[in-house]
Ligand binder design. Sequence first.
Ligand SMILES: NC(=O)C1=CN([C@@H]2O[C@H](COP(=O)(O)OP(=O)(O)OC[C@H]3O[C@@H](n4cnc5c(N)ncnc54)[C@H](O)[C@@H]3O)[C@@H](O)[C@H]2O)C=CC1
Ligand SMILES: NCC(=O)COP(=O)(O)O
Length: 330
Amino acid sequence: MSLRIAITPGEPAGIGPDLVIKLVQKSWPVQLIAVVDKSLMEQRAAQLGLSVNMIEFDPSQPATPAEAGSLYYMQVDKGGEVTPGVLDEKNGLYVLETLRLASEKNMDGTFDAVVTGPVHKGIINRAGISFSGHTEYFAQQSGTADVVMMLATEGLRVALVTTHIPLEYVSRAVTKERLAKVASILHHDLQNKFGIEQPKVLVCGLNPHAGEDGHLGREEIDTISPTLQMLNQQGMNFIGPLPADTLFQAKYLDNADAVLAMYHDQGLPVLKYKGFGNSVNITLGLPFIRTSVDHGTALDLAATNNIEVGSFDLAIREAIKLATEKAQNS
Ligand SMILES: NC(=O)C1=CN([C@@H]2O[C@H](COP(=O)(O)OP(=O)(O)OC[C@H]3O[C@@H](n4cnc5c(N)ncnc54)[C@H](O)[C@@H]3O)[C@@H](O)[C@H]2O)C=CC1
Ligand SMILES: NCC(=O)COP(=O)(O)O
């Protein structure tokens, strides 16, 4: 049985369509279905000097991988022109509809996973739709209270307790309940999705020097330490809270399976410094498999042919791996 993997290219003025067109110039072992406006993809392919044979997806047919240069699609009308590199708030509803449809079709079992290209969060909000990221959107669409953003590159996995919120809200968002939930999802998925029997996770403090015994903040004493103790009493292995400025070194990382950071820019700059272009974003805790790129819309590079496809390639391969394992275990 072949798998069906949905792809949402994301912001149409960015490099998402380019990534998809470039990556389907080679063949894939599964059926890839882009949730897109067909004509938009054909236009971008022409702008790139490439060709793509768009085949309408028919769920009643067997899941047959397309040949190199071909791509299955599920139509979402964009309406109007897209200028590469130029944001237009009229694109916001289109982008959201591709995500909604991909989510729905993963929930009903039509697709085995979704791989998302980069969206521009600002332009979706400017279109009048409150949107902070795919992670939160898919959680909401699937009725899942807690999901976890984890990015992974060779030798490093970083998961986040909080995701796309202003820094001034982070301290209040790091509650015992949220930390326990995120840590439990991470532990569970490291075991079940990544085959690590006894995951060992390093946990960052929130404050400089993990609060320096309470002299530089009390979240470590009041919230993080007691929660980790409670989780460890249940048989998990969370080490910390550790100072975030010193834990990212081989001495500690070589003996750990993941790092749990308290907020987006505490963990992700390190991950991206190590592996930008070769990392994958995986949403843990969702009822379906979702992977994504490690980069943004790169508006400056849309339709230029001057892009790296490594992260998108990895995101598709990771989705195939996770979906294959899920199919084998069910
Ligand atoms: N998965 C997602 O949907 C993500 C979306 N974003 C969104 O992207 C938008 C732009 O964010 P920026 O901070 O400007 O980050 P960016 O990743 O779009 O660009 C940062 C720099 O990296 C370069 N770059 C990015 N991807 C590249 C690729 N595949 N090949 C070659 N060069 C590449 C860009 O040209 C730019 O110089 C924001 O609205 C942000 O929210 C950011 C990260 C992830
Ligand atoms: N920096 C990662 C990022 O912003 C991606 O977020 P999401 O759209 O995957 O939720």
